[in-house]
Design a protein around this ligand. Structure first.
Ligand code: B16
Ligand code: MG
Length: 216
């Protein structure tokens, strides 16, 4: 079997929007008198806006209208931060890795839980590099459900067992494994159950190295 497609998560793999998500949730939490720390924010990596709100609330009940209002406010704060994003916010090694994969004939997909993913990619000047983009609008069941990555693989025209998912979050690795993909855990979070890990991100990986390790 041969690997023919790479699918990348956005936040934590291509760029670091986690800090902007954190500041936005923190602002909302402070306005509402809810304690919210950086450690709390780690639990929100890779999960949808709605699930992030649920985790921030830690069981505190709110009605649906309030939930919608809070998510809108958080997203407004987040979108203000997005205006600061430039191509300099692309993480080290990403452009080289994407170029090298494309040169090797590998199809490139993006699988992000974010409804802002396209805007972020445009600001990073990377949107044209991907053959398929799945985002927070693409599927109903978000990570750790496998649906998003399967949706992207379908768009790329390859079955999951010919694809590798690069993820920084447990929820994303769980989603990819559930879908039958090969997985590479990247970044500083502790990922123990991926086929391969790279704490230094894409900068510490080569396309040849990934293929040699995963191509059986
Ligand atoms: P939005 P990823 C995820 O991006 C973030 O890691 C997560 O913190 C965020 O809640 C989620 O996107 C939804 O983002 O509110 O912009 O729709 O890691 O899947 O690229
Ligand atoms: Mg991520």
């Amino acid at each position: 079997m041969t690997i023919k497609a790479f699918i990348f998560d956005l936040d934590g793999v291509i760029t670091d929007t986690a800090e902007f998500h954190f500041r936005s949730w923190k602002q909302l939490a402070e306005e509402e008198g809810i304690a919210f720390t950086r450690e709390d924010n780690e639990q929100l990596r890779g999960v949808s806006r709605r699930e992030s709100l649920n985790r921030m609330l830690k069981g505190r009940p709110i009605d649906e209208a309030t939930a919608q209002n809070w998510m809108t406010r958080k997203n407004d704060y987040y979108r203000a931060y997005l205006q600061e994003i430039t191509p300099e916010h692309v993480l080290p090694g990403v452009v080289t890795f994407l170029d090298s994969a494309a040169s090797a004939g590998i199809k490139l997909g993006l699988g992000s839980a974010s409804k802002n993913a396209r805007d972020v990619l445009e600001r990073l000047n990377l949107i044209d590099r991907f053959d398929a983009i799945g985002d927070g609008f693409s599927v109903v069941n978000t990570k750790p459900a496998p649906d998003l990555f399967i949706w992207v693989a379908g768009r790329l025209g390859f079955p999951p067992n010919e694809g590798v998912v690069f993820e920084d979050a447990e929820a994303g690795i769980d989603a990819a494994l559930a879908g039958g993909f090969y997985t590479v855990g990247v970044g500083h979070s502790v990922i123990t159950h991926a086929h391969m890990v790279s704490p230094g991100g894409l900068a510490d990986l080569t396309v040849e190295g990934v293929l040699a390790k995963l191509n059986k």
